[in-house]
Design a protein around this ligand. Structure first.
Ligand SMILES: Cc1ncc(COP(=O)(O)O)c(C=O)c1O
Length: 403
């Protein structure tokens, strides 16, 4: 086979979305070859554009899951696609043994957007959290962690120790486990943050728990409590970052600054990237050799991230998230649910009905939704979603809830 043929194959694959594996075989072949850690919805997605995806039979779905709050720019945003294509022809990966331009440009932009002083690049949310926990330990010399009831910080061993759901932690003990305090409970937080606590880790809005916005002043109190105890305050902004809550970062609703932040999900237009940022003393705590990632901040992913930050700015997606988020919540209120919560386009909905049944019925009607609890849905559509698409999604949900 000539070398040129693989290039021909690549351009052919870009045009055709008919899959190689027949739809009737996908689930069985997946079950035989992939660790069975996921409960997948029975849909075989082959293409996406904006807030819509298509399955292997050509059926279109409105996507209010957005890769679990990753595709803030929608699927295959043209500027991200173009940046990936351009960079892929020049340099894809070199490792962090060398300097590359995109990584430095991206770090400078992230510093400017967040007000932090330094950035470490990884490849996922959990890696951002791991780096944050390690940095807090390095900065304070203290291993104790406090996290919130309902928290989700990832599945690697460090992040898992700070993740609330005991079913996730139980099979993997011993872990460095956090003490968990009710999200929003000032007094409980104060009592938990003793002198041996190196860090308090909090989501500015809890995501996996079903979208919980903290009571006013809670994050400000957390700042004070950490200052008094000599502990680092980590904000896990993996889900709340990049316009999701109607601000660039969830922390902006609280008016306070954490010492350390973790970022991922919406950072690179759908490509895998995670980051940990820190300011002040924490930013000076890591020494050479303290942490590393082979792939972290690769030229390709950093190019996608730079393009997506530019698109968020140019298309005013942060403002759009705030406006459309309020609109979505007001329309959902009309469906008479138990409760609608959220900030921007990060929305939680408590129902009387079974959330997993609603997810199935919605999927059959062409709407992708995510259940975070028995009676709780999380809606995190792409920030590029249109008002018409929101109306269509709410209509489908309304039809189901009125059955
Ligand atoms: C707040 C938060 N932190 C960390 C993570 C873990 O991210 P990842 O799955 O990319 O490791 C998630 C994932 O949902 C998250 O929502």
């Amino acid at each position: 086979m000539k070398l040129t043929q693989s290039a021909d194959r690549i351009s052919l694959n870009q045009d055709q979305t008919a899959p190689t594996i027949p739809p009737a075989q996908i689930a069985e072949r997946e079950a035989k070859s992939i660790f069975q850690t996921y409960t997948r919805q029975p849909i075989y997605i082959v293409r996406g554009e904006g807030a819509e995806v298509w399955d292997a039979s050509g059926r279109m779905y409105l996507d209010f899951v957005a890769g679990i709050a990753v595709n803030n720019l929608g699927h295959c945003h043209p500027r991200v696609v173009q940046a990936i294509q351009k960079q892929a022809q020049i340099l894809i990966h070199t490792s962090n043994l060398y300097y590359t331009e995109n990584q430095v440009l991206l770090a400078e932009e992230l510093k400017q957007l967040t007000g932090m002083d330094r950035v470490f690049f990884g490849n996922s949310g959990a890696e951002g959290v791991e780096a944050a926990i390690k940095l807090a330990r390095r900065a304070t010399g203290k291993a104790g962690l406090v996290a919130a009831v309902g928290s989700f910080h990832g599945r690697t061993l460090g992040a898992l120790g700070a993740t609330y759901k005991s079913a996730y932690r139980e099979p993997f003990r011993p872990l460095n486990e956090a003490s968990f305090v009710p999200y929003g409970d000032f007094e409980a937080l104060k009592s938990a943050v003793t002198r041996n606590i190196g860090a308090v880790i909090l989501e500015p809005v809890q995501g996996e728990a079903g979208v919980h916005v903290p009571p006013p002043q809670f994050l400000k109190a957390a700042r004070q409590i950490c200052d008094d105890a000599g502990s680092m305050l980590i904000f896990d902004e993996v889900q709340t970052g990049f316009g999701r809550t109607g601000r660039w970062f969830g922390k902006e609703h609280s008016g306070i600054e954490p010492d350390i932040m973790s970022l991922a999900k919406g950072i690179a237009g759908g490509l895998p990237m995670g980051a940990m940022l820190a300011r002040g003393d924490a930013a000076a705590a890591f020494q050479r050799g303290d942490h590393a990632s082979t792939f972290g901040g690769s030229p390709l992913v950093a190019a996608a991230s730079l393009a997506s930050l530019q698109a968020i700015r140019d298309e005013r997606l942060v403002e759009r998230s705030e406006l459309l988020g309020s609109y979505l919540r007001s329309q959902l209120e009309k469906l008479d649910p138990i409760q609608v919560r959220g900030l921007g386009l990060m929305v939680g909905l408590d129902l009387k009905a079974s959330a997993s049944e609603v997810v199935s019925l919605a999927r059959e009607r062409g709407l992708l939704l995510n259940a975070t609890g028995d009676h709780t849905l999380r809606l995190v559509p792409p920030l590029v979603v249109s008002q018409e698409q929101i109306d269509r999604g709410v209509q489908i949900l309304g039809d189901i809830l009125s059955i």
